[in-house]
Write a protein that binds this ligand. Sequence first.
Ligand SMILES: O=C(O)c1ccccc1NCC(=O)[C@H](O)[C@H](O)COP(=O)(O)O
Length: 212
Amino acid sequence: MPTAVKICGLTEPQGLDTAIQAGARYTGFVFFPKSPRNIAPADAATLATLVPPGVARTGLFVNPDDALLQSVLAQVPLDIIQLHGSEIPARVAEVKALTGLPVMKAVGVAEAADLDQLWDYGLVADMLLVDAKPPKDAVLPGGNGLAFDWRLLAGRKLLKPWLLAGGLTPENVAEAIRLTRPGGVDVSSGVESAPGVKDPQRIRDFIAAASE
Ligand SMILES: O=C(O)c1ccccc1NCC(=O)[C@H](O)[C@H](O)COP(=O)(O)O
């Protein structure tokens, strides 16, 4: 089975179209105002209508309250909710119930002990996103272009389908897949020419390298 690719932080039609034409299986829209990739719901709604069946539209949120989730979902047709904050497992279950959508929970990893959380989240989330843990002073809880030691995941079986994220690039993604054997890979800053600006050639190169 080929490794699925998620291109996250899409904000304009060219990046979205490039990702879809190159074979991305997941698209990601960031609803977090502090991010250079933040997108207004009205703009995300326009992009979401351009996504064909078979490609998932993921909405990324950081500790969202119910009102934000309901407001975005009233405007944007999403297929998956990605929770990228400090949501505890019970909140993941609440968001699933509230939205009626599958939830992908991001878990930050810096050392082996961080992998223990994957069990608890695996019991409630539909999918897991194993990402690098952000530095303590980071403004963003993800999308920092930081990798973690992929060898920590070698041979690990998780309870739910999972994507590898964090510092992936067209240059290193094949090695990351070889070491960790994820169901998919997720990239944002590694396919940008500047923060928030997707680079079509890097998107194509990334998806080609992930498919090798
Ligand atoms: O991308 C952001 O700006 C962002 C903001 C807040 C939470 C998460 C964010 N991004 C997460 C992702 O885009 C990906 O899921 C993943 O972490 C990969 O990021 P990168 O290391 O930049 O490839």
